[in-house]
Design a protein around this ligand. Sequence first.
Ligand code: PMP
Length: 428
Amino acid sequence: MTDPISRKLFQRAQELIPGGVNSPVRAFRSVGGEPVFISRAEGAYLFGADGAKYTDYVGSWGPMILGHAHPDVIKAVTSAAANGTSYGAPTELEVRFAEKVVELYPSIEMMRAVSSGTEATMAAIRAARGATGRDVVVKFEGCYHGHADFLLVKAGSGAATLGVPDSAGVPASAAGNTTTIAYNDIPALRELFSARGHRIAAVIVEPVVGNMGCVPPVPGFLEEIISLCQKHGAISIFDEVMTGCRVARGGMQERSGLKPDMTCLGKIIGGGMPLAAYGGKRAIMQNVAPLGPVYQAGTLSGNPVAVSAGLATLERLDAALYEKLERLSARLEQGLRTALERTKTPGCVQRVGAMLTMFFNEGPVRSWSDAQKSDTARFGRWHRGMIARGQYFPPSQYEAAFMSAAHTEADIDTTVSAAEEALREASA
Ligand code: PMP
């Protein structure tokens, strides 16, 4: 049961906004609850409309790696805003931002700033199609790459949570050039390339999936994507909107030592502001307007306030921060696993760096069909129990929880005891 203030706000919201929310998973539908309306956030905590405090493991769905309202980020944003919120003209900030991104992601030789992850993946694929002169895009079942028409095919995240992986309103012609296969299925990938390799423009992949819950790649999977793309003249795209600066400062490409042709970034690089980017090999990016014939643009692209938040965040990502995140995340992982064991709940905890999911399914979860074996009703009961105990986890089995550097060991220990109690309640 949510607080009476959130309840009232939700009623008003539902009159005017579909489902009362501006992005579907926020509605708490799949967990059978109602959303908590948030009035402010600080460090590892969210505060509800009634002032109640929640320890936050959503982190605005990924960006808030430094914790909420980090003083350096707030200072950067307020001083940028005082100089004007948008010019629609180039700035030094954008150049510094691009230099920083390229430093962290050496596979990116040129990049464009955009305003959302959706724009980043959409534009990356347009650039890949433009560069190859081919149409077919390969994606993996349960991966989510934003809501462009041709990517809402067997999509994860809210689309999967709400049972609409193939959205209505997408013409067959828009989805017709999208081919999907199971995540981590190396033989299927080889087969697809041997049958249709000459028509494939790009393979887009979440190098660690967050959007069906946290699912790591099996050894060899990402390597195979890159080598098949190379062999067949297709373009490999790592969608690191979620994993970028999350599983390591340089994302999964740093962790794996792999170099995709193109990369999409978002979330953390924008420090909680609407900012994302796509980039990659110079030869591909030189096709983008005004240098080449692939058109892509944005009124607010490279917005100075957003770029300031992004830069302030990126400048604070050092080795000590990732060591701390690893220590805290391992503590949460182990704590949740013990809670599952002690309550005899069938489940497993999957984690890569500071992203993690507790699946209500014995696992291991390697694909969307594995993820779907989860007991989502029990997950919903658990989630409601956690909210009642001030613990704010993603309101879907098919999402990853995120750790921030503002969490403390004491926060995690409190969360773990709450998780055990909520698991006991959920199995009753
Ligand atoms: N790609 C991935 C891997 C994502 O996780 C998301 C959003 N969760 C997107 C793309 C889309 O980003 P946005 O919501 O900023 O459009």
